[in-house]
Design a protein around this ligand. Structure first.
Ligand SMILES: NC(=O)C1=CN([C@@H]2O[C@H](COP(=O)(O)OP(=O)(O)OC[C@H]3O[C@@H](n4cnc5c(N)ncnc54)[C@H](OP(=O)(O)O)[C@@H]3O)[C@@H](O)[C@H]2O)C=CC1
Ligand SMILES: CC(=O)C(=O)O
Ligand SMILES: [Mg+2]
Length: 589
């Protein structure tokens, strides 16, 4: 279906120039871009769907084959091509090509096939794409700011042709998924995350800006890659690095205002926590790996307990990993435990962390405990191996986020099955190659009793005549809806309470039917409805707690959001016809 005049909130005049060239003034029904330029502009392009009238009016008649192919037909063609490829990296390249060619068609097909395509444009395939970014690089997307641009960051931001950016996802490429330092190759992550802003939450794509901060890379293999797209230098750290990030934050505010959301993504551990503390009260920002992950995992714990039937206060959680994801989850989990009436100390006592040097205990001889980990250090004898830790602590839940593949070995999984009727096993590390265990391993070792979720998707598992549908415990269930809420309701300070509210909202959306199928999250195919409902709930929470600054407060939040979400229908470029009254122009002076 095609819109005559475009929906409200769709391509808007003036404020929505092409992503490719500045100051192209686009009016619905009468784009100022004409001729071949309109076909080359992914925001305006309609492929073969330009009508004869449009082709003549826009000066592109003859530049296209004569047939008119509606968006439906073109979507069908996309799917034919998608299935033709025999590997996911080629599918990734194909979809990126489509995004660069015809944005509306790209989002329409992704939205309609989200369960099929999310593993391509997001984890796990995006991880492989980042590792091979130089080879698959076709066309630049997003903004690159390097350490050598110190003092000029604002000027670079001004080179971005769009004036009404509302959200930025930024990485410095140091910890890309569980794949480590990929330098500028990490750009695939902000691009993928922002594609989900639109696909999952309907955020206007033109208002999203992916940014890579390139301060070099310590990954020698990448530095020596002849196709590497970034600085071939070791990472700059210390005062200069901090100065660049400070300058970047200020430049965002100067260019796009203090309400522009800045989502930190896949920074190294040592910087992620520092920046979150430094900026969280001064800028509109959150760290997805720490806070987004926390919300999705806590939601998963809440729903898992509906299956295990164990009250929150009776659970014991062991984390494999004590980094951004684990500490983020552990802290929010304590908040969730405290919400059930438990004291802070008792909540902390329920949570045990394991890092690369073993169980986190006070006075650990094998390397002390510092920073964020200290809060969780227990008075307990040191234990090195996860197997022994599970035997000693007897957790009800093990949560993996250390990017150590296979860390949940058969013994650990079997022991979890012996300790618990329904053991909770979350293998959250990404991409799939880094998962602590597979879904099948978890179900088999526990005789189908595991309550399982993973960071990257696993296919359904058949076991003893039952089909299990493992849930995807990925922050993708949180950040798109959260970002929509922040943008729509003008939330400026993203508090921890907002993340707990997000977790509770997501948990409420899980049905008994989902749980019966082995899911602790709603099916991925529902992620768009889930993200919109999540945004609605967060906005309601934010107004109630004086955290939303958009006035007047919308009386119907759902309707308010519906008005602003991205519409993938092509718009008509034929200006609406209107007539003057009979008498017009006839009045004599
Ligand atoms: N599902 C999801 O939504 C998300 C998943 N993740 C995934 O989680 C993983 C970790 O990310 P993140 O927390 O940000 O990374 P960090 O680098 O911040 O933390 C990694 C942690 O793992 C620990 N570790 C490393 N080796 C071992 C080992 N052999 N045994 C026990 N612990 C070990 C490290 O220990 P030490 O402190 O001693 O160095 C560190 O505490 C990644 O794979 C990432 O993709 C991240 C965010 C979201
Ligand atoms: C999902 C995600 O943000 C990560 O693995 O880093
Ligand atoms: Mg991440």
């Amino acid at each position: 279906m095609e819109k005559k005049n475009g929906p409200k909130g769709d391509i808007k005049a003036k404020s929505t120039p092409s992503s490719l060239s500045a100051n192209k003034d686009v009016n619905i029904g009468r784009p100022r871009v004409r001729g071949v330029d309109i076909m080359r502009d992914p925001i305006l392009n309609k492929g073969m769907a330009f009508t004869l009238e449009e082709r003549q009016l826009l000066g592109i008649h003859g530049l296209l084959p004569p047939a008119l192919l509606t968006q439906d037909r073109q979507a069908y063609q996309v799917m034919q091509n998608f299935y033709r490829w025999d590997n996911d990296l080629d599918r990734f390249i194909f979809l990126m090509g489509l995004q660069d060619r015809d944005e509306k068609l790209f989002y329409r097909t992704v939205i309609e096939n989200i369960e099929l395509m999310m593993p391509i444009i997001y984890t796990p395939t995006v991880g492989l794409a980042c590792q091979k970014y130089g080879m698959i690089f076709r066309k630049p997307r997003g903004l690159y700011i390097t350490i050598h641009d110190l003092g000029h960051v604002y000027d670079i931001m001004c080179n971005w042709p769009i004036d009404d950016v509302k959200a930025i996802v930024v990485t410095d490429g140091e910890r890309i998924l569980g794949l480590g330092d990929l330098g500028a190759y990490g750009m695939g992550i902000p691009i993928g995350k922002l594609s989900l802003y639109t696909a999952c939450a309907g955020i206007q794509p033109h208002s999203c800006l992916p940014i890579t901060i390139d301060v070099g890379t310590n990954n020698e293999q990448i530095r020596n890659d002849p196709l590497y797209i970034g600085l071939r230098e070791p990472r700059v750290t210390g005062a200069l690095y901090d100065q660049l990030i400070d300058e970047f934050m200020e430049a965002v505010v100067k260019r796009y205002g203090k309400n522009c959301l800045i989502q930190f993504e896949d920074f190294g551990n040592h910087n992620a926590f520092r920046f979150l503390e430094k900026y969280r009260e001064k800028f509109c920002t959150f760290n997805d790996d720490i806070q987004g992950t926390a919300a999705v995992a806590v939601a998963g714990v809440i729903t898992s307990l509906m299956v295990t039937g164990k009250p929150m206060k009776d659970n014991v959680f062991v984390f494999q990993g004590a980094g951004e994801a684990s500490i983020g989850i552990a802290k929010l989990l304590c908040k969730a435990i405290m919400a059930t009436g438990v004291s802070h100390q008792d909540a902390l006592d329920q949570v045990w962390l394991v890092d690369s040097r073993g169980l986190i205990v006070k006075d650990r001889p094998k390397g002390g405990v510092t920073g964020e980990k200290l809060l969780f250090a227990k008075k307990h004898a040191p234990v090195d191996k996860l197997e022994d830790i599970v035997t000693a602590i007897k957790p009800t839940a093990i949560i993996g986020a250390a990017a150590v593949p296979g860390a949940f070995n058969e013994k650990i999984l079997t022991d979890m099955g012996k300790i618990n009727d329904r053991p909770i096993i979350f293998a959250l590390s990404n991409p799939t190659s880094k998962a602590e265990c597979t879904a099948e391993e978890a179900y088999r070792a526990t005789d189908g009793r595991a309550v399982f979720a993973s960071g990257s998707p696993f296919r359904s598992v058949q076991y003893k005549g039952k089909t299990f549908y493992p849930g995807q415990g990925n922050n993708a269930y949180i950040f798109p809806g959260l970002a929509l809420a922040i943008i729509a309701a003008d939330i400026r300070y993203v508090t921890e309470d907002i993340f707990l509210a997000a977790a509770e909202s997501l948990a409420r959306m899980v049905t008994k039917g989902n749980l019966d199928e082995g899911r602790v999250y709603p099916p991925l195919s529902d992620i768009r409805c889930v993200s919109l409902k999540l945004a609605e709930d967060i906005i309601a929470f934010a107004y109630k707690n004086n955290l939303a600054f958009r006035y007047p407060q919308p009386s119907n939040i759902k309707a308010f959001l519906d008005e602003m979400i991205y519409d993938t229908d092509y718009v008509s470029y034929i200006p609406p016809v209107y007539t003057w009254p009979e008498t017009a122009g006839k009045t004599s002076l």
